[in-house]
Design a protein around this ligand. Structure first.
Ligand code: C2E
Ligand code: MG
Ligand code: MG
Length: 618
């Protein structure tokens, strides 16, 4: 329904609301009058028609009252008015017909102002008034022939007075109602604008919170979903903001469709959406809903001449007693973060394990902010070995944090906490400076692989700082390899490419870390300024158990060879694993079999004694 139609419907309802008391008052007064007449008014020679019609009027009033009670329907009020007016005309007609008396003609004249004042609309007042006038004139013509002219004047004046008063009253009433409706429409529109996301028409963050609070207060089972679009920014950057906006509108339509009656979708800002879900909220139902959601959002978007695809990550949390909406959202956000890191395109439900992890995270985050990072952070180095030439070609720099309060904290934990809080860019810079300082003392042929986070690539300032740190150190940039994970690349492909381009222009090499953990797509590798691929440890752990793992590794090694990329296999722990890898001509290997990560001071002694040790070890 258009807003003009909605306003018209609203206006009619409000007009009915305003006029109902008038019609009801009319019914009550008429009923009271005719009840009195039923009991006490008699016409000589009447066999009982007058009391009968009076009584019928009282009954009709009662029925019409019921018919119009609570009705915001003008047509019902009109019907009641017509019916009662007709009844009054009949009553008067019966009375005057039974016993004509010139004074009784006044009844017809009196009906005119009554109809005019009491009808819901002029279309009710007018026919009754005209009918009374005609009857008035007919009786005057028949019985008052000589003074008919006077009666015409009286009747005409009564008709004019009645219709004028009725018209003026209704115009005034309608004006008030119209003003009220306009004010109400403006208020509702303002409310809608304040509660709505202007682009997609979905609820905005504010009304999402209000709705979620209401569901929480109602104590019905519910779940919250947070949705983040993967690959939206590249669409925006490549095709422009207009197409980006169109895409968000289609996303909103798809969300509405998937939610149906069970979900309240909202746009939280940018490419982040949320849903309050009521109905079945068990794991199976949430997984099924999440799968439908992801599938729908993954479908191709045809936006004018542009056809594109994106994917979505979803984090769910069940509304738990004792949690506020903000706390629920915080947990859904954690699940979303988890979904983005680990299972892109698959929904993640916040669990008890996440709860423990999250509280550890916030403790780590808190402590990290207050820590003396220059003193507490250190770097260890793990060799990457060329098994053909039997020598170490590079070391991977791995961060260590020994906090005064928490002791040793695994890098998986504190790096992720720092990534979430944004502290990572600072930490990266500190670690890089330390690494460069160590490298200055090592032989020129030894390279170092240094891990970067997605966040580092996202800011031009941090890339600038990284380049400056490398330049200032005096270390040859060609000795530095920067590792970046697949998932980090895909968060914002174009921006990552641009940042890596800047680092490559400086002379650094680039490696894709943990390849195979995420999308494992060669589709984009050739579009990246990459020199090396590091195959994820999970393939090596499956090497002995699953025959397919070695086939996959072989395929990746062959592809790397064709693309002239180096290929490092991570996490080799046993001789058996190494033997299998050597059968498929793996060349560069990193793992505990050769050495665990070692402090910087141990690097030179290790290099001096390494030669035959690695291959002899088991
Ligand atoms: P990564 O970059 O994939 O590093 C390899 C991880 O595998 C290291 O864990 C290393 O100690 C471990 N590893 C190496 N060989 C073996 C093996 O044979 N068996 C097993 N089980 N593990 C092996 P670590 O040092 O705990 O680092 C974990 C992750 O933390 C790293 O994975 C990296 O993603 C991140 N990280 C570490 N240092 C940094 C850093 O300076 N910056 C950033 N952004 N991330 C870092
Ligand atoms: Mg790495
Ligand atoms: Mg790795």
């Amino acid at each position: 329904m258009s807003s003009a139609d909605a306003r018209a419907v609203h206006l009619r309802a409000e007009t009915a609301e305003g006029l109902r008391p008038v019609v009801h008052g009319y019914l009550v007064i008429v009923a009271a009058y005719f009840a009195f007449e039923t009991l006490f008014y008699r016409v000589p020679g009447d066999p009982g028609f007058v009391p009968a019609s009076s009584f019928a009027t009282v009954v009709l009033c009662g029925w019409l009252f019921r018919l119009t009670r609570g009705a915001r329907d003008l047509r019902r009020l009109d019907l009641a008015g017509h019916a009662l007016n007709l009844m009054l005309v009949i009553d008067t007609l019966v009375d005057i017909h039974l016993q004509y008396n010139s004074i009784k003609l006044l009844y017809f004249a009196l009906l005119l102002p009554i109809f005019a004042a009491s009808g819901a609309r002029m279309r009710v007042a007018a026919p009754g008034s005209v009918a009374s006038m005609i009857l008035f004139l007919v009786f005057a013509w028949r019985h008052e022939g000589a003074r008919f002219g006077d009666y015409v004047w009286v009747g005409g004046t009564a008709l004019l007075t009645g219709l004028s008063i009725g018209g003026i009253l209704r115009a005034a009433l309608l004006r008030v109602v119209r003003a009220q409706v306009t004010t109400e429409c403006h208020r509702q529109q303002a409310q809608r604008l304040a509660d709505c996301d202007a682009l997609t028409g979905l609820a905005n963050r504010r009304s999402f919170f209000r709705h979620a609070e209401a569901v929480l207060a109602a104590e019905t089972p519910f779940a919250l979903a947070l949705i983040d679009l993967d690959g939206f920014k590249p669409v925006n950057d490549t095709y422009g903001h207009g197409v980006g906006d169109d895409l968000l509108v289609v996303v909103a339509e798809r969300l509405r469709e998937v939610c149906g009656d069970d979900g309240f979708p909202a746009r939280m800002g940018g490419d982040e959406f949320a849903i309050v879900l009521t109905g079945a909220c068990d794991d199976a139902a949430l997984h099924a809903f999440g799968a439908r959601l992801c599938q729908s959002l993954n479908e191709t978007y045809v936006l004018g001449p542009v056809a594109t695809t994106i994917s979505a990550s979803v984090g769910f949390v069940r509304g738990d007693a004792g949690l506020t909406v903000s706390q629920c959202l915080e947990r859904a956000d954690y699940a979303l973060y988890f979904a983005k890191q680990n299972l892109r395109g698959a929904p993640v439900i916040f669990s008890a394990r996440h709860e423990t992890e999250m509280s550890n995270f916030s403790l780590v985050d808190h402590t990290l902010r207050a820590a003396d990072l220059d003193r507490e952070l250190s770097i260890v180095f793990q060799p990457q070995v060329d098994v053909v030439q039997n020598r170490t070609v590079a070391f991977e720099a791995l961060a260590r944090w020994h906090g005064a309060a928490l002791g040793d904290v695994a890098p998986d934990i504190f790096i992720r906490a720092a990534e979430r809080s944004g502290l990572i860019t600072d930490i990266t810079l500190k670690l890089l400076r330390k690494t460069l300082k160590h490298m200055a003392a090592w032989p020129e042929h030894v390279r170092v692989s240094f891990n970067l986070s997605a966040r580092d690539l996202r800011s031009a300032l941090s890339i600038h700082n990284i380049c400056a740190a490398i330049r200032d150190s005096g270390v040859d940039p060609r000795r530095i390899e920067l590792e970046i994970t697949e998932t980090a690349m895909l968060t914002d492909f174009d921006q990552a490419c641009e940042a890596l381009g800047v680092l490559k222009a400086l002379g650094c090499r680039v490696a894709i870390d943990d390849f195979g953990e995420g999308y494992s797509s060669f589709g984009y590798i050739h579009r990246l300024p990459v020199d090396k691929i590091k195959i994820d440890r999970t393939f090596v752990t499956q090497l002995v158990r699953h025959g397919s793992a070695i086939k996959i590794i072989k395929t990746i090694i062959d592809l790397c060879r064709n693309l002239e990329l180096d290929c490092v296999i991570e996490g080799v722990e046993t001789r058996a694993e190494l033997n299998k890898l050597m059968q498929v001509r793996a060349r560069y290997v990193q793992g505990y079999l050769f050495a665990r990560p070692m402090p910087a001071e141990a690097v030179l002694p290790y290099l001096e004694t390494e030669m035959p040790r690695a291959l002899a070890a088991e």
